[in-house]
Write a protein that binds this ligand. Structure first.
Ligand SMILES: [Zn+2]
Length: 331
């Protein structure tokens, strides 16, 4: 299949139908490789942990900073062991899960036991058992395909990690063996429950932090500035209902930030705590792909400390007369 035949709905369907679980991401990794293998500017490799790394390099131009887009390939699910039987990885089992299993909702696919929900992709909505984080994987894959199709000259890295749901194990390995240069900035691409004023359908959520950490101030500024320049609606917020891979990578000393797509039925828990498919809004997904394309194609100077200094010094000069007039009146 040629690159031109790859549409966002087809990529989403190809990835979302695959069974996955912590440590059992082989189906997802193989499919991402199959989709990207014909991209002339994308080089793929595995690291020692089994994460999939991709670098898109076209020409000598780079964005500033260089970005590392990351999503995880697993989702909470059951895995089968000869001695132990089915074990749930990525959370604890609930009475509602026991009920769902009794009702036949768990389906075995090899060693992986997943909730048996169909994948539904429409113009407005995407629904599947594991939007977290296969939607993130699809967003990065689609971004790379778009860069290729448009012939954008830049360099950007991507990481598709393993075993996020049991404590960011793949991301931790990546950060400890950081292959992307010391100035590269890590961006976790996730789906998350919208909290603190964020809502579904109002755009990707630029994450100032998660439950554990606050993220890189300058990277947050670059993301929101790029969104504004491109007239892409984003929501800037603290998503402290969970923690993402940016926390792990930042703790290892790499500048990090996160962007999340608002997610419904997080980790397959519905409004009545029943087992339910996860869902996201298509417009939020498209907006994030547009934002990432703009981000990796742009040099950003003058954001951060220097521009804040310039701003304050300008105000100091503008208000010099008021400062002197007021100061005289202090006793
Ligand atoms: Zn998750």
């Amino acid at each position: 299949m040629g690159l031109m035949a790859q549409t966002l709905p087809s990529i989403l369907k190809r990835l979302l139908k695959l069974p996955t679980a912590p440590f059992h991401e082989y189906h997802v990794r193989a499919e991402i490789e199959a989709i990207l293998k014909d991209c002339p500017h994308v080089k793929l490799k595995h690291d020692k942990f089994g994460n999939l790394l991709a670098t898109y390099k076209n020409g000598k131009r780079t964005s500033k900073p260089t970005w590392v887009l990351c999503s995880h390939m697993d989702h909470p699910a059951f895995v089968y062991d000869e001695d132990e039987g089915w074990e749930f990885l990525g959370g604890s089992t609930t009475p509602e899960m026991e009920t769902a299993i009794k009702n036949g909702l768990r389906k075995a696919r090899g060693s992986i036991g997943v909730w048996n929900f169909p994948v539904k992709v429409t113009n407005s909505r995407i629904e599947a058992a594991a939007c977290d984080d296969l939607v993130g994987c699809a967003i990065i894959v689609m971004t790379l395909l778009e860069l290729e199709r448009l012939g954008i000259q830049t360099t950007v890295h991507a990481a598709f990690t393993r075993a996020e749901e049991v404590g960011w194990l793949g991301a931790w390995h990546l950060a400890q063996n950081w292959p992307f240069g010391k100035d590269a900035v890590f961006v976790s691409i996730e789906t998350s429950r919208p909290v603190n004023g964020a809502v579904m359908g109002d755009g990707p959520m630029v994450r100032v932090g998660d439950r554990v950490s606050v993220f890189d101030s300058e990277a947050v500024a670059v993301l929101t500035t790029t969104a504004k320049e491109q007239a892409i609606r984003v929501q800037r917020c603290l998503l402290d209902a969970g923690a993402c891979e940016a926390t792990a990578v930042q703790a290892a000393g790499v500048r990090s930030v996160g962007i999340s797509i608002p997610l419904g039925n997080y980790h397959n828990i519905g409004l009545q705590r029943q087992i339910a498919p996860e869902f996201v809004m298509m417009d939020d997904v498209k907006a994030l792909i547009d934002l990432l394309k703009a981000l990796v194609a742009t040099k950003h100077d003058g954001i951060g400390e220097r521009s804040i200094r310039e701003r304050v010094e300008l105000r100091m000069a503008q208000h010099a007369a008021h400062y002197e007039a007021g100061t005289k009146l202090f006793q």
